[in-house]
Ligand binder design. Structure first.
Ligand code: TYM
Length: 335
């Protein structure tokens, strides 16, 4: 009888250390990271190389990378059984990205909507890294032979590109990469701005009332939800054209597990004031454990550095196998 334990399926995702994550990052991605870490073999990283595609102060990048790692460690991910690492500490990502560049067509990379959006936003700095962003992301995913990638809806197109690159490479050289599947939550995949519910909640929004940071205090969270844009109907129901209320219902549902129907019946006849307060309270409760753990971990710089080191060692060990295989297949002489 074979007693070898069955290897768990592998999950991978990264987040950029561009600032403290928003409630959008949390409900769209990090909350699923936490849930999946119980069942899968998970590899989670801080995408500091991706963060270089827009101008960022070196000292800011350094401190935000440590903060983001501390944030991931605060998600109760069990770093013993899962891998938590910083992207630039593991050289295989950038090396595989270079090779994958040569298997990515200029035309398909040009179709990426995030590149077009970011080019518009950063018209004075449309650098090649910004263009190449999704190929590095493909390398992040493929180098670990990842089966599932928990992401928000905005990253779906990038994942599709990673799948195409994997298929193409496998077609030329035989089975090399696992073709990854996106894991996009049914709810929360696209949390919208509290001030303009037709655009996504983003870390870079200039209006501080538009987004909730994972580390906002209860007072600030309450104030932001109180000033959230809604409509003039005063009826809590999920319907077309009610973008503000739909967004609040999604947030409430993600935090409480209640369905839209239950929320509608619980708030029947009540005004938006009551509903906004309930949403704020649910968010405060949802974030409380993460905030408490983060407050403890961020003080312990030695622990953060130790986790970064052991995470990078484990990530390197896993990813090197794929990189070597790819180098061999494409004909790089290994001496
Ligand atoms: P980043 O840091 O921009 O976003 C991190 C994660 O948060 C999700 N997200 C949202 N989800 C719901 N509602 C929102 N308003 C919202 N805003 C952001 C994003 O979809 C993402 O899952 N390119 C990636 C980082 C990355 C990556 C990877 C991800 C680099 N390499 C490999 C997966 C696999 C990104 O968007 O980071």
């Amino acid at each position: 009888m074979d007693n070898t334990p069955e290897r768990k399926q592998r999950v991978l995702s990264l987040i950029q250390p561009t600032s403290i994550p928003t409630l959008g990052n949390y409900l769209g991605a990090l909350k699923n990271w936490k849930t999946m870490s119980r069942e899968y073999d998970c590899i989670y990283g801080v995408a500091d190389l991706h963060a270089l595609t827009v101008r960022i102060e070196p000292s800011t990048l350094r401190s935000q990378t440590q903060q983001m790692l501390a944030m991931l460690l605060s998600l109760d991910l069990d770093p013993e059984n899962n891998i938590v690492f910083v992207q630039s500490h593991v050289h295989t990502h950038a090396e595989l990205a270079w090779i994958l560049n040569c298997y990515t067509q200029f035309g398909e990379a040009s179709r990426m909507t995030q590149f077009k959006d970011k080019s518009r936003k950063h018209a004075d700095n449309i650098n090649v890294g910004l263009f190449d962003y999704p190929v590095l992301m493909a390398a992040d995913i493929l180098v670990y032979q990842s089966q599932f990638v928990p992401i928000g809806a905005d990253q779906k197109q990038h994942l599709e590109l990673a799948r195409n690159i994997a298929d193409r490479f496998n077609g030329v050289y035989g089975q090399t990469f696992t073709v990854p599947e996106p894991f996009i939550g049914q709810k929360g995949a696209r949390i919208m701005s509290l001030q303009d519910p037709t655009s996504k909640m983003s870390k870079s929004d200039a209006n501080p009332k538009a987004s909730v940071s994972i580390l906002d205090t209860p007072d600030v969270i309450l104030k932001k939800f109180k000033s959230a844009v809604t409509d003039s109907e005063a009826s809590v129901r999920y319907a077309e054209g009610k973008d503000g209320i739909n967004n609040l219902m999604t947030i409430y549902s993600c935090c409480t597990g209640l369905s839209y129907e239950q929320i509608e019946s619980d708030f029947a006849g009540k005004g938006y004031g009551d509903f906004k307060k309930a949403v704020a309270e649910a968010v405060i409760e949802e974030l409380r454990p993460v905030q408490e753990t983060y407050a403890r971990i961020i003080k312990d710089k030695a622990y953060i550095a130790e986790c970064a080191k052991s995470g990078a060692e484990k990530a390197l060990y896993v990813s090197q196998k794929t990189l070597r295989k790819v180098q061999k297949k494409v004909g790089l002489w290994q001496g």
